[in-house]
Design a protein around this ligand. Structure first.
Ligand code: MTE
Ligand code: MO
Length: 421
């Protein structure tokens, strides 16, 4: 396929997705590759559940639209019994569960990096919360006599293929088996509806609380392995580009660094990897602590209610960790007050927060800042390249600029400017 055909394909697909999803807008992709749409407005973040119509979408290759009746998922590797599961078996032969999951693209906030990094220029819009229905992988693996050792891996492969001739990078992600056994599912519904094509119809892996890239859509194979994908494991394919999604892309590292390939790692939490001596270029696994104000929206003019208050509302999350504190500043970060959480409280989904504000008329800059159960708090800003957070004046308040623009969680880029009348 020529570049212009591919580009046209992409535009046509994005337009079709936008038609189905009126709550989303298209987002700039400097690579002109990804099928991406993001939340249309900040008001999305004043609600706990994201309707499918508003849920962001992100994948690289052509959207698959397969027939569910003939779709199969191969289970291979360290299992007593290999098998090929059809959708009926996945639905009917195992327990059904629903999990709440805040899906965030590892590139959410990349558009705030200066200087600019490549790829999709997301601002705040690549995070959404939904209920995903499916089959616990634990049940399927147990039924096939799969190994259960904590330090093993499950690699999921997507059915999508690059449109570019000569590229054969299989979309393959390896998830530690401990996480898989804890709460991962093969999902076939979102918010009680069958998965739309762009969300991975008929079935995808869902890794609760971890960056979106781990939740492989259109799953065709699940392989139980001793190591994460790092070499030519898929011998039927020439070349080993499929390791890129595991070993090169979606890793956090400074400019010009080629991430080291690891056969296995023992620390999965994204931030913990950053702090550990074991991993120099963290894999984007669980989501960093972060928050977004949903009301009032940036640029709005608002009036207090009769009692003189305005309720600031937003969402805060910390991957599969708990978010334990939320602070709000209405004076551009000079002072902070505690907000409070309310509404649903699920393990791997964001929490709504509110803060009762009694402003006089004027212009204000609002920020929100969340802290997770490990005491990790959102930093203020994104550093410049080369200014490692350790050298900076206010190290704890810098998020490290990184070449891929991943896992950003600084609060200043999320400033909300409001006028109170
Ligand atoms: N097979 C496949 N799965 C994929 C991708 C992809 O390109 N191919 N993109 C990933 C990325 S980067 C993200 S952020 C999430 C987005 O899921 P959503 O579109 O359902 O929100 O899907 C992930 N799963
Ligand atoms: Mo993503």
């Amino acid at each position: 396929m020529s570049d212009s055909e591919r580009s046209e394909n992409r535009r046509r697909e994005v337009d079709a997705i936008l038609d189905r999803k009126p709550g989303t807008v298209s987002v700039t992709d400097l690579e002109d590759r990804y099928r991406v749409v993001g939340a249309a407005d900040q008001g999305t973040y004043a609600n706990w559940l994201t309707p499918v119509e508003d849920h962001y979408v992100c994948h690289r290759n052509e959207t698959l639209e397969p027939d569910a009746d003939s779709w199969t998922v191969a289970l291979t590797g360290a299992v007593e019994r290999d098998s090929t599961l059809g959708m009926d078996a996945i639905r009917d032969e195992y327990p059904t569960v629903a999990v709440a999951h805040t899906m965030e693209c590892a590139g959410n906030g990349r558009g705030y990096f200066e200087p600019e990094t490549g790829s999709v220029q997301w601002e705040y819009g690549a995070v959404s919360t939904a209920f995903w229905t499916g089959t616990p992988l634990r049940s399927i693996l147990a039924d096939h006599g799969a190994a259960t050792d904590d330090d093993m891996w499950l690699t999921a492969v997507g059915g999508d293929r690059p449109e570019v001739e000569g590229e054969n990078d299989l979309f393959a992600r390896s998830i530690p088996l401990s996480k898989v056994l804890e709460d991962c599912i093969l999902a076939y519904e979102i918010n009680g509806q069958p998965l739309p094509p762009e969300h991975g119809h008929p079935v995808r892996l869902l890794v609760p609380g971890w960056y979106g890239v781990n939740s492989v859509k259109w799953v065709t194979e699940l392989r139980v392995m001793e190591k994460m994908v790092h070499g030519p494991e898929w011998v039927d394919r020439d070349g080993d580009d499929y390791t890129r999604w595991q070993q090169s892309s979606y890793r956090i590292h400074p400019e010009g660094v080629e991430p080291e390939s690891n056969a296995t790692i023992s620390t999965y939490d994204t931030w913990e990897q950053w702090e550990s001596d074991e991993i120099d270029q963290p894999y984007t696994y669980d989501e960093n602590v972060k928050s977004t104000i949903g009301y009032p929206e940036d640029g709005a003019t608002v009036s207090p209610r009769e009692d003189g208050t305005i309720e600031v509302v937003g969402v805060a999350w910390a991957g599969d960790d708990d978010v334990t504190a939320i602070e709000v500043s209405t004076d551009g970060g000079e002072s902070w007050d505690d907000g409070s959480f309310f509404g649903p409280n699920y393990d791997c989904a964001w929490r709504l927060f509110r803060y009762l504000w009694e402003p006089s008329t004027g212009s204000y800059t609002l920020y929100s800042r969340a802290t997770d159960e490990h005491g990790r708090r959102q930093p203020a800003r994104i550093s410049r390249p080369g200014e490692g957070s350790e050298d900076s004046e206010d190290a704890a308040d810098d998020y490290p600029w990184n070449e891929g623009g991943y896992a950003e969680n600084a609060f200043r880029p999320h400033a909300v400017e409001v006028t109170v009348e």
